[in-house]
Design a binder for this molecule. Structure first.
Ligand code: NAP
Length: 381
């Protein structure tokens, strides 16, 4: 199907099909590229046939465009390159050489991109290519491309990580029975998937209530090539026991552990936790950890996504402060009723109109359970 013989509708359909392939390729880098974005690239010959593919595999590795150009060899002249994110054209903090000039030098005739680079100082690659004679088409499957890189876009726009609240719940939204039994609400397939989610996020955060109740390790288990995230405990009085399994001295994981606390916490407790291998960060002089300040500092540390695994008090504090971007609930098909704990607590609202609204992704069935994901409408509000 030669380019001059395809209609605009056919070209649009082809562009969308190949951009969907870029997204699929990019996803293979999940959990390995942060703070870089997820990027996939497809190169087609002038007849529209795919001649090369590439994706950004890991931080410090080749960019997707460079990998695809290497695969296409000297046959790039006249070809079309599809990329879900605008090719870079900056030399600042560069880990690999810029992609826009590389595409032009290889002779790429047309560039199709899903979205522009949200970091203003990094954008401009597409405009540069257009000035150098490359035909540029933008915004193909833009919403899907932005959704793929929600963490990167949030971090670029707000300077803080994407915040995802996660819980395993019953049909009536409870995280335990009234006697406190909570293991296990969901089945093995859901629990396996929760480890996949841990791998996809750069950090996991819990409140001190959860550390004291469950003594979690917060590592990734059962995921091939899985990488442990940075582990964060929100603990204003440094009550984390030196024997807690999350601490490096009690764990085989080499992932960082950050205990976020306040100016008021005792220096002796800080020393004990530092001796156990944790970093202690003081966020705010009030009675509780300043969550906005903590997230800002994590953003400065190039952490672009945080999954919060409870408990209800920390979830509620983040929701109340409008700091929750996404909610991931693994829901088991039974109710427990009674006065047992819900996944969210907080001060509550009086009128439905006050509720913060999210939009659902299609639910996924995992064994007998469902994964329900709700996201804020706009990314990086
Ligand atoms: N089913 C599930 O998916 C699931 C997941 C996790 C937990 N859980 C259950 O949830 C329960 C623990 O939840 P929880 O609500 O008691 O505790 P939590 O949310 O884990 O921790 C809350 C504590 O964090 C500290 N904190 C410091 N700064 C804060 C801030 N700005 N906002 C909020 N909290 C702050 C406070 O203690 P300080 O003032 O001492 O710092 C607060 O009491 C356990 O029973 C656990 O088993 C269930």
């Amino acid at each position: 199907m030669k380019r001059d013989r395809v209609t605009a509708t056919e070209l649009r359909a082809r562009d969308e099909r190949l951009m969907a392939r870029c997204i699929e390729l990019a996803r293979q880098g999940e959990g390995h590229t942060a703070p870089n974005p997820l990027v996939g690239c497809v190169i087609t010959d002038p007849d529209g046939d795919v001649v090369a593919e590439g994706y950004h595999r890991r931080l410090g590795g080749l960019h997707a465009e460079a990998e695809a150009l290497a695969a296409v060899g000297g046959k790039a002249p006249g070809c079309t390159a599809y990329v879900n994110l605008e090719p870079c054209n900056h030399r600042k903090n560069r880990r690999t050489s810029p992609c826009a000039p590389a595409l032009a030098e290889a002779g790429i005739a047309r560039l199709v991109i899903g979205m522009g680079d949200p970091i203003r100082s990094h954008a401009g690659g597409a405009r540069w290519l257009a000035r150098h004679g490359v035909e540029v088409s933008r915004n193909v499957l833009r919403d899907q491309c932005a959704d793929l890189n929600r963490a990167f876009v949030t971090w670029a726009k707000l300077g803080r990580p994407l915040v995802v609240l996660k819980a395993g719940i019953t049909l009536d939204g409870k995280i335990a029975t009234q006697t406190g039994q909570s293991q296990w609400i969901t089945g093995p397939a859901a629990r396996r998937d929760a480890h996949r989610l841990r791998h996809c996020h750069q950090a996991i955060m819990v409140g001190i209530g959860t550390v004291l109740a469950d003594d979690p390790r917060l590592t990734v288990r059962g995921v091939r090539g899985g990488r442990d995230p940075v582990r964060i405990v929100v603990d204003s009085r440094l009550r984390t026991p030196p024997r807690a399994l999350v601490l490096p001295q009690n764990s085989t994981s080499r992932a960082r552990v950050i205990i976020a606390t306040t100016q008021r916490a005792a220096a002796a407790r800080q020393r004990r936790l530092e001796d156990a291998g944790a970093e202690v960060w003081r966020a705010g002089g009030g009675p509780e950890v300043n969550l906005t300040g903590l997230l800002g500092r994590l953003g400065n540390d190039e952490i672009i996504s945080v999954m919060v695994e409870g408990g209800a008090t920390l979830h509620s504090a983040l929701l109340d402060a409008d700091l929750a971007d996404e909610i991931a609930l693994y829901m088991a098909p039974f109710a427990v009723g009674g006065a047992s704990l819900s996944w969210v607590r907080g001060r509550g609202i009086d009128a439905l109109a006050e509720a913060r609204r999210f939009r659902f992704d299609p639910p996924r069935q995992l064994g007998n359970d469902l994964l329900v994901v709700a996201k804020t409408r706009r990314i990086g509000r």
